[in-house]
Write a protein that binds this ligand. Structure first.
Ligand code: SF4
Ligand code: SF4
Ligand code: FES
Length: 227
């Protein structure tokens, strides 16, 4: 079975604007989009650029827009798409600057991760975590930083709005009994991250590949903020 992949191509160092190139590919059993990208690179154009690392849905580096929705290319199967249409469109993540083709600049995410200190403050006490609390921590801790939610959130275009990825992380630390700076964390979410600018549209919940449900965690943060 053959299908066509319309792929966004752009080299900002040499071009002023991107374009879509079309590749005719043969379906292979179990083919993921990441595999299709490798076929393009191996057989059509070795300059084609995209990010990936683990190939197992863990590292969060391979996220791209497939037919307008952010997906992990290493997990997303080609077959369901070509059963209904013989052409699929692949673009880089929205709300991010393109470095080349499907690879985007995630420096801002890394910078914000550092600014929000997404790690537990040093604690000398070995505080036990009740199983119920552990369940709450797991939600935000399951986040693989894939940026699918950031790319699909309409409010991320507002420069000061931190975005669902960060609120999920802040929630993870707020509910962790080992965190010593809960008040500061909440202040950061409210004042610097502009938590209340969230539209509660749930788009981030719908596209998260790890069921982190950032919009739900945001609403829980708002309850903390109102308290
Ligand atoms: S619920 Fe809030 S964070 Fe999630 S996509 Fe909508 S505006 Fe963005
Ligand atoms: S919350 Fe979900 S969609 Fe957002 S970065 Fe984490 S894993 Fe990806
Ligand atoms: S390559 Fe790691 S999540 Fe896809």
């Amino acid at each position: 079975m053959e299908f066509r992949l319309r792929v966004f191509r752009f080299n900002p160092q040499e071009e002023n604007a991107g374009r879509f190139d079309e590749y005719k590919l043969s379906y292979e059993e179990g083919m993921t989009f990441l595999r299709a990208f490798h076929v393009i690179k191996e057989r059509h154009d070795e300059s084609f650029s995209f990010r990936h690392f683990c190939r197992a849905g863990i590292c969060g580096t391979c996220t791209v827009m497939i037919n307008g929705f952010p997906k992990l290319a290493c997990k997303e199967q080609v077959l369901p798409y070509i059963l209904f249409a013989d052409e699929i469109t692949v673009e880089p993540l929205r709300n991010f600057e393109v470095i080349r083709d499907l690879a985007v600049d995630n420096e801002e995410v890394i910078g914000r991760m550092k600014a929000y200190r997404t790690w537990i403050a040093d604690s000398s006490e070995n505080k036990p975590i009740p199983p119920k609390v552990n369940k709450l921590i797991e939600k935000g801790a399951d986040c693989i930083l894939c940026s699918a939610c950031q790319s699909y959130c309409p409010q991320v275009l507002e420069p000061d709005y931190a975005g669902p990825l960060f609120f999920a992380k802040i929630h993870r630390f707020l509910v962790d009994p080992r965190e010593e700076n809960k008040e500061l964390r909440l202040k950061e979410a409210l004042d610097e991250g502009h938590l209340y600018h969230c539209l509660s549209c749930n788009k981030c919940n719908n596209v998260c590949p790890k069921d982190v449900e950032p919009a739900t965690l945001i609403r829980e943060l708002m309850v903390y903020g109102d308290a």
